[in-house]
Structure formats: structure tokens, C-alpha cells
Design a protein around this ligand. Structure first.
Ligand code: 6GU
Length: 239
């Protein structure tokens, strides 16, 4: 998969795309992250990419010209079509479901806004979709783009050393993850639940599911309300 990021701060994206699971996915050739700076398409001596908002008000907006040329340039880099996603607090909230949808694509173009945002005509005519990573305001879309790259990158086939890790993720089945333990069995902080060392895999699976359901119930009842529970889950919640 190829992800192009259109940003005034390419070094921000470069610095985080090379690290950890996403960095390894790139080394393994499973993921390609490239950046494109709209400033390179500015036409004046000052390389201007922003303008004052009509109607007045604070701050500056990113102008159409450099963004249009940057999107055009990135799109024509390969023959495959690519969805253009604008990252902003006005977008639809990013979910694991959306991440899975992005991860199945061959290409994705992430457009990062700065200043007070971009000219609305860019969003209307050149952007396919607007995505937010939560209800708070960041100073630009770059951190959100890094979030998308990480979430999508780790799902590329072969990116995780153990393919089961992705299936075990929180949210993949609509619930929170169960607790996990490793050595030592006994510590001043507490003991590992005995069932995990019983070797009874059916019981361990049941225990984990019950923990996941219980945590979701306590911490994120909204999640529980949205998933359809099977017979086992209903029985575990009743216990
Ligand atoms: Cl995608 N961008 C910005 N600037 N702020 C945000 C956001 C995105 N998602 C939440 N807050």
C-alpha cells in the first residue's frame, strides 16, 4: 500500500513513519509513505500557501492553488486511483472499522491542514472524505495523519510478526481487550490469575472473553450497546 501525505511539515511525517511496526512495514516493502509539500507548488517569490479569510476573522487559510497542484501531482504519481482524505476536527470520527477499510486500499492520500484550515472549495471538489481523530483541536492534521498511518500500516499483511495480534486487537470484535500478564507469576504488585496457567485453553478463552465483556461494560458501555452479543457473551455477562 502507498500513502501520500500532503503537508507543510513533511519532516514531521518522515520522523514518525520510520519507527517501530510502521517503519518495519516500510522496510519489508509492505507500505510506502511519501510526502508532498504544497509550498513546492507556490508560484510567488515568498512561496505563499495561505490567505486571509473573506468576511474577516482570525487566522489564515490554505489557498486553493498549491493544494490543487499538490493533489494533482500526487495523484498522477501512480496509475491506481486514490482516495483523498482531509484530516480535520470537522470530519467523521476515525474508528477501527474505517481503519480496516483504509488498510484494504492500494493507495491513500492524506491531506493535512494548517492555520485555520483550507478553502472550502478544496473540500467540496478535491477531497473525498473528511476524518477526525477525536473531539479536541490539534494545531494541524499531521499528528492525525501519523495516527492513520500507524493504524493502517500495522494492518498490512506481514507487518505484525504474529498475525493473531491484529485479530486480538481491541475494537476488532467491537470490544475492549482483556488484561494480559507475563513473568513473574508472583510479585509484590500481585499474582497472575491462576486460570492463565491452567493449560485449559477453552477455559482461558472464556475467561478472556468475560474480562473483555466486563471491561467494556464498565468502561465503554457505548461499545457494548453497539455489538450484537452471541449466546456465550450473554451468558458470561449474566454470570
Ligand atoms: Cl484530524 N485535525 C486537527 N487539526 N485537529 C483534530 C483532528 C484533526 N482530529 C481531532 N482534532
Amino acid at each position: 500500500m502507498r500513502i501520500d501525505v500532503i503537508t507543510l511539515f513533511p519532516e514531521f511525517i518522515d520522523s514518525c513513519a520510520g519507527i517501530g511496526v510502521v517503519g518495519r512495514a516500510q522496510e519489508r516493502g509492505l507500505l510506502q509513505v511519501t510526502t508532498c509539500n504544497p509550498r513546492d507548488f507556490a508560484t510567488d517569490n515568498h512561496r505563499t500557501v495561505d490567505g486571509r479569510p473573506f468576511g474577516g476573522g482570525p487566522g489564515m487559510l490554505m489557498t486553493i492553488g498549491p493544494l490543487r497542484d499538490a493533489i494533482e501531482s500526487v495523484k498522477s504519481a501512480t496509475a491506481q486511483s486514490a482516495r483523498v482524505v482531509y484530516l480535520s476536527p470537522q470530519g467523521a470520527r476515525l474508528t477501527q472499522e474505517k481503519v480496516l477499510e483504509f488498510a484494504r486500499m492500494d493507495r491513500l492520500i492524506l491531506l493535512c491542514g494548517r492555520y485555520e484550515g483550507v478553502d472550502e472549495r478544496v473540500l467540496e471538489k478535491l477531497v473525498d472524505e473528511e476524518v477526525s481523530i477525536g473531539d479536541y483541536v490539534l494545531s494541524g492534521g499531521e499528528l492525525a495523519a501519523a495516527v492513520v498511518i500507524d493504524a493502517v500500516g500495522r494492518l498490512q499483511d506481514g507487518a505484525l510478526n504474529d498475525a493473531q495480534s491484529a485479530e486480538q486487537d481491541s475494537f476488532t470484535d467491537g470490544l475492549l481487550d482483556c488484561p494480559h500478564y507475563t513473568r513473574p507469576v508472583s510479585d509484590a504488585l500481585g499474582d497472575v490469575p491462576e486460570i492463565l496457567m491452567s493449560g485449559d485453553h477453552a477455559m482461558i478463552r472464556r475467561w478472556r472473553r468475560k474480562q473483555a465483556l466486563g471491561r467494556s461494560w464498565l468502561r465503554r458501555p457505548d461499545l457494548l450497546a453497539r455489538v450484537s452479543l452471541d449466546d456465550e457473551a450473554r451468558a458470561l455477562l449474566d454470570e
